[in-house]
Design a protein around this ligand. Sequence first.
Ligand code: PLP
Length: 500
Amino acid sequence: LDPEAFSDDSHAVLNFLAEYYRDVDKYPVRAASLEPGRLRGLLPDAAPEWGEPMDAILEEVRRDILRGLTHWQSPSFFAYFPMNASSAGFAGEMLSAGLNVVPFIWAASPAAAELEGVLVDWMGRLLGLPRGLLFAGGGGGVLQGSTCEAVVCTLAAARDRALGRHGAVILSRLVVYASDQTHVTFQKGARLVGIPPANFRVVATSAVSGHGLTGDAVRDAVEADVARGLVPLYLCATVGTTGVGAVDPVRELGEVARRHGMWMHVDAAYAGSAAICPEFQGYLDGAELADSVSMNPHKWFLTNADCCCLWVARPRDLTAALSTDPEYLKNVVISDSADHDDDKDVITSSAASAIDYKDWQISLSRRFRAIKLWVVLRRYGAAGLRAHVRRHVTSAKWFEAAVAKDERFEVVAPRKFSLVCFRLIRPPGFPDDGDVNDVNRELLAAVNATGRAFMTHFVVDGKFVIRLAVGGAATEMRHVRAHLTVEGFPKYLCEILTLR
Ligand code: PLP
């Protein structure tokens, strides 16, 4: 890396991005061009033989790539869940990418590995997690790229713990439990660690429990399996489900899991960020009964992708499943002391101060994510992050109340965080054989086609529901209010109903 070229190219990219962020609300939020193959048609078939100037590359990004992007950082992006970018998150990401160190074993980058250990404890304390999940209390944490990876790792840990307890013949008898609202990443993880698809229990939820699991429903499913000679392995509880933001009762489920010797994981990928505010920490009550907890700072915590915190109560369960110990990856500490002939020591990877993070995740090579999260926490402070979360919750609350007051709409699931799920109810004079789901589908398509906002949908209890997920770093109340003004939903609603 030539420092001069590095400085020039980086400044060009910074200026490009600063201009992008100045104008981001002017782009159609959802990709303007949705024809598959458009970009392939514009690009040559092979990579260039010779390097090109950065300006020419950025010009092509501006001309060809930006049109094909959905602008996740637009203040009017309300789809899926937010994926926050912030100037501190970006600065941290630059440090991570710029230093480009690889903390797979402690000795490979001691300060990077140690910072990660400190950071997961900081995060755990901020979220009010029990001490037992922190290094300070005998547990510990790691920064992974995604919840999906974290879930696979904990499933592998749970599987090996169960096989160790029951003997190696029972893989086909291990059963995992989740709800009909649990993120599909859990099914993928279960498949990857060898759980037969027939042993994946999807426990039904209903509007009565706000689409959260109940201890009784899980207990019934587990007892039926035990009676058939199966072995309950793993229960995934979610705090803030993807579809409607539902919350599974962590304590109640933890008690069922303990009684049956199951691993319980708490997936707080989105809503975990809210737990930085004391008023939301109650949703994690009972986390001391969990074997593992995860949340994604890259969703709603002003931390650029990617970053997922995973905490485990017994790190040895995780490292027993994931560790490898080849000679070329041993930590060797060189002592400076001249008094010692024997000045080389191999230190053990289990020492809390010398963590080998390769044993806490799937890949060997890994990014220095801790420095990014560290910059975010230091730059905004806990108070700044609380204000960020509360600002969005206030906007979502306003939208929920406004929709509830409007007799054309209904709020489909009670809002707990910053996700509002709503739909149009049967309009007066609507034909008896008409499907209100179709009108909602058309309404959502009409709003997204304007390019002024992007929302996504979910189907719950057979109802097509529009999801407005507030949480963009630049999203303010005015961006949320815009949808209920004359130019927002009402306009498209009138057009759709008039056309019928
Ligand atoms: N769990 C929940 C509750 C989610 O909402 C999501 C994504 O939105 C995931 C898991 C998947 O997260 P990741 O993309 O980090 O694997």
